[in-house]
Design a protein around this ligand. Structure first.
Ligand SMILES: *Cc1c(COP(=O)(O)O)cnc(C)c1O
Length: 369
């Protein structure tokens, strides 16, 4: 592995391709694959990731907001892009850039129809989102007749797909609830298809839904975290490969005497003669202060070096007393070891949060390992 001599987030497109193939092999060949590339591709590099996935034959992309879709279009991405959480203020841009909105409420439906009509659209593709238990975004089943009558009044939009989102697809102790969500989505789909007179395509599963609920694959699955290397279980994590490796370098090594302290507020005090290494990455780069005081660690020369004291804005210090290392040596913050999952778990978080927290200040380096 190369050593960049500064903090970088390495994005391994070979790992991405491996994960894509692993996840698609879990679905029927007819099932479409939507890749979720919101939040800069889960903190990685959305353009490089989207281009690679386009090459691999992905059917759809999803982002959360319109600006994220615009960035992909600016980079030349041609694949359809579903915008999961658009705001009316961006509807004109959304149409101008051929992005496809999630329509999640009557207010959003009416506002989108008004903009689509003003822009003289016909059959503009939209995706209708149903709330089957998450209570976050989406229409309830009872809204079906209202939606249908609103849709009948315009030819500016056309329903391309119907979708919903699972609440706890990774948690098999909530299996009964999940099966209820799947049943409810099936009922909604039947009622909508009858009213529309045609079948929009259906999708409900995120990564864990792909892995745990084949009956919820429908016509398309939406995978995010799995593409980036995490499957929400130990067994699946072993099959997937982490796409992102956060690396840094030792800036300085200090030898400190018993009683000397390290960092702000003297949060760490040496008990014997100890060696610490200062690393150029801090909470402004996405390594939360919660990792301070020994909660988090990094890997240096294959060994675990615990964080000492408080994490600073631009750097952190680790204990390297028992590690043979020098200034300029490589430091792994997360990647293979520790995994983003192990590190996130140490602060009661999840890889989703740790990956997306890596700030835009950290240079992204795309590679194929
Ligand atoms: C983020 C998101 C996904 C992706 O979920 P993963 O667990 O990362 O696979 C799928 N669908 C919706 C609606 C989302 O917001």
């Amino acid at each position: 592995m190369s050593n960049f001599k500064e903090t970088v987030l390495e994005i391994d497109l070979s790992a991405l391709a491996h994960n894509y193939r692993y996840l698609t092999a879990k679905t029927n060949t007819a099932t479409k694959i939507l890749a979720v590339v919101k939040a800069f591709g889960y903190g990685s590099e959305s353009v490089a990731v989207a281009k690679e996935l386009e090459t691999l034959g992905v059917d759809y992309f999803a982002v959360a907001y319109v600006a994220e879709g615009v960035a992909l279009r600016d980079a030349g991405i041609r694949t359809p892009i579903l915008v999961l959480h658009p705001q009316p203020i961006n509807f004109e841009t959304l149409i101008d850039r051929c992005l496809e909105p999630s329509i999640y409420s009557m207010r959003i439906l009416n506002e989108f129809v008004a903009v689509a009509e003003a822009k003289k659209q016909q059959d503009y593709p939209v995706h209708i989102k149903f709330n089957t238990g998450l209570n976050r975004l989406g229409f309830r089943e009872e809204a079906v007749s209202h939606i249908l009558s609103a849709l009948r009044k315009t030819d500016a939009i056309k329903t391309r797909s119907l979708f919903s989102h699972l609440v706890a697809s990774e948690d098999l102790s909530e299996k009964e609830f999940t099966l209820g969500q799947i049943e409810s989505f099936n009922n909604i789909a039947t009622a909508m298809e009858e009213g529309l007179g045609y079948k929009p395509f259906l999708h409900q599963s995120n990564t864990s839904g792909i892995l745990n609920y084949p009956q919820a694959h429908f016509d398309m699955v939406r995978t995010g975290i799995g593409l980036y290397g995490f499957g929400n279980s130990k067994a699946e994590n072993e099959q997937l490969k982490p796409v992102a490796t956060l690396k840094s370098v030792i800036s300085q090594i200090h030898t400190i005497q018993p009683g000397e302290s390290v960092g702000y507020n003297r949060a760490y005090k040496a008990t014997g003669e100890e060696k610490t290494a200062t690393i150029p990455i801090g909470h402004a780069d996405g390594i939360s202060r919660a990792f301070g005081k020994g909660v988090g660690w990094v890997t240096i020369a294959g060994k675990k070096a615990p964080i000492v004291g408080n994490v600073c804005m631009d750097m952190l210090m680790v204990n390297v007393t028992d590690i043979a290392c020098e200034e300029g040596d490589e430091v792994i913050i997360f990647g293979e070891n520790p995994s983003a999952e192990a590190l996130a778990t140490a602060i009661g978080s999840i890889p989703y949060e740790l990956l997306t927290a890596v700030s835009q200040r950290v240079k992204r380096v795309v590679c194929r390992n």
